[in-house]
Design a protein around this ligand. Sequence first.
Ligand code: ZN
Length: 291
Amino acid sequence: MSDSASYDPNADTVIYAVSEGIATITMDRPGYHNAQNGKMTYELDAAFRRAVADDEVKVIVLAGNGKHFSAGHDIGTPGRDVHLSQERAGMWYDHANKPGGEFLYVREAEAYLGMCRRWREIPKPTIAAVQGACIAGGLMLAWVCDLIVATDDAFFSDPVVRMGIPGVEYFAHPFEMPPRIAKEFLFTGDKMSAERAYQVGMVNRLSTRETLHDDVKALAAKIATQPRLGLALTKQAVNHVEDLQGKRTGMDAAFAWHHFSHAHNDLVTGDKLSGFDAKKMAKHNRAGDKS
Ligand code: ZN
């Protein structure tokens, strides 16, 4: 784990590469387990835009450099930048100078719910290549992708109920797994193994650390032989059916409940995350594992 002394706030957080019609977007904060700060969020958005605009790109892969895919939103590294203004990608105003509940509501409507929805609607197939941890905000990044390939040692969890919050901002849980399993996943905050995630249909294919890159590349190459518009329309059709089933409207309601809990936490504890940072979350999750 890097420390604040060696932290470079200007370092790129995302690597972009194109080869044989496949764009690979790699989160690159391995020293912080690819914790997603604002800088990374906007660099991911720029990379997705670049891949969409490039006619040579047929399929987009989202990967994480290092031991873990993503430890989630940045709630504790020296690069945590939730307080900073960003060059916004959606139609929200700046959050940084806003009071009370408005600060985080505007920020998360823009950078989490808004951004994730846009990424889900990218008109090209996307594949998440997941190894190690895929926690909370990390789930959102994997879930916006059309397909997920995970290593056998990957795991998924959303422990934010510990903060009194009903799941991460992009509330796709009851669509990613059966509702009863989603409740167990959230109520316990337990890690779901890649094998279990495969069984419930969240993960398309299992791989290993050694084969992940090649397996994802082979899958992407196969999809890349299909016609561009056929892929775009197919994706729209499936996403549309999910929205008819309530995915979009369900998420709108969950986002409001999510922000009621942020505001409640602030009123009761003086902190929107109920006093939890990355360290405290990890400590509680470890204790929970033992019980
Ligand atoms: Zn939130």
